[in-house]
Design a protein around this ligand. Structure first.
Ligand code: GLU
Length: 382
């Protein structure tokens, strides 16, 4: 399996997902695209069946409002925009509610301004409400409170808002659905030579400049705010996927591990949240036995697990599964997400890292379990 596929498989393991949907995705010439919303609702219902939690951040209020009052272009004054948002927001929520009710799911509307997020008390209030809704299995649908948010108190765009919400609810994946397939080095709508960027390891100046050259058609942000939100989210240890929301079944495919869009990898040093999940929640699918040298490297030196220290593999498991590392006497040493399946480990156990490729014909990574995806010793809490 290639490295890219590996990243997508990892993203597909997300349990709590913030799903941002852009105005251009949700609307067409006649206003809200009800067919698309129904198809999205079907995918969301599928996620719920898989026991995933979805928090929607949905744009489309202004765009749908202006179609309803018969304006053909973006309103000019802030008052007109706010009026359109007030009109459109009602239809937007109704459309989601109708579509999701078909699958017996309830929705809740949450409208926020930046004050609600920058003030600690209000931030915590918002978090408590969201947590309660998630406990009740309700689907929160968040938008900026455009009707009251004037410039000084605006988040400004829903890409930024979705990034903040990802931290607020401690989600493990942000999916940003827009009208193009992901990040390109130039605007693909005007430049047929534009090159697609499937994976972004770090958002630096070059990536920011690429994103800056791709404006949004309908909403406010364009690619720049999406990439900046991904950058922020990566710092908290969470990946972002930017993909084409106009493609039918896109959410389902992303969460099946298919490479659909651009994936922004998380910064590995900040995985505290995921580590909690590994430590407390992830179901262990198998065990591997390590020698005393590897045990010491894991417990005392903060190292990753390499194939050389592995002496035996028990049970069958897949890449990305959570597995337990035990010592020769069967005592648990660590638990973590494996970069290799049990079958692959059977072929590479005991070998040097430099020999992985010649033994398997490919290499996912040097480490069998990277330190960032591992909880050791007493942190395991099992
Ligand atoms: N809050 C706006 C709306 O619902 C969209 C903002 C954005 O596109 O980022 O219409």
């Amino acid at each position: 399996m290639s490295e890219i596929k590996h990243h997508w498989k990892m993203a597909a393991r997300a349990r709590r997902i913030v799903l941002k949907v852009g105005s251009g995705v949700l609307t067409h010439d006649n206003g809200l695209d009800i067919r698309l919303i129904r198809s999205l609702a079907k995918d969301i219902a599928g996620c719920k069946k898989e026991k995933r939690e979805i928090i929607l951040v949905s744009s489309g209020a202004v765009a749908s409002g202006l179609k309803k009052v018969g304006l053909s272009e973006k309103p000019r004054t802030i008052q007109q925009k706010q009026a359109c948002a007030a009109i459109g927001q009602a239809s937007l929520i109704m459309a989601y509610e109708n579509a999701l009710n078909r699958y017996d799911h309830q929705v809740a509307q949450i409208l926020l301004t930046s004050n609600d997020l920058s003030n600690r008390q209000r931030y915590l209030n918002a978090r408590n409400t969201l947590t309660t809704l998630l406990e009740w299995k309700i689907i929160p649908i968040i938008n900026e409170n455009d009707t009251v948010a004037v410039d000084e108190i605006r988040v400004g765009d829903n890409d930024t808002l979705s990034g903040v919400i990802t931290s607020l609810v401690e989600a493990d994946l942000l999916i940003n659905l827009t009208e193009i397939d992901g990040l390109y080095d130039r605007d693909p709508r005007i430049d047929p030579e534009a090159r697609f960027i499937p994976v972004v390891e770090t958002v630096g100046r070059k990536i920011e400049a690429m994103a800056g050259s791709i404006p949004g058609a309908m909403g406010t942000g364009g690619m720049y705010t999406k990439v900046m939100a991904a950058k922020r989210v990566a710092k908290t240890g969470v990946p972002t996927v930017i993909a084409n929301g106009k493609k039918k079944g896109i959410l389902k495919r992303i969460l099946a591990g298919e490479a659909e869009g651009t994936i922004f990898l998380p910064r590995s040093e900040h995985l505290a949240q995921r580590k909690q999940w590994i430590a407390f929640t992830a179901k262990v699918s198998g065990r591997i036995v390590v020698d005393d040298g590897a045990k010491k490297a894991l417990l005392k030196s903060g190292k990753s697990l390499l194939p050389s220290g592995i002496t035996r593999v028990t049970d069958r498991f897949n890449l990305g599964d959570s597995i337990e590392v035990v010592d020769r006497r069967g005592k648990p040493v660590a638990v973590g997400l494996t970069n290799y399946s049990s079958e692959e480990l059977g072929q590479i156990l005991g070998c040097q890292t430099c020999d992985i490729e010649s033994l398997l014909g490919y290499k996912h990574s040097d480490e069998v379990i990277h330190r960032n995806n591992m909880v050791v010793g007493k942190d395991m809490m099992r």
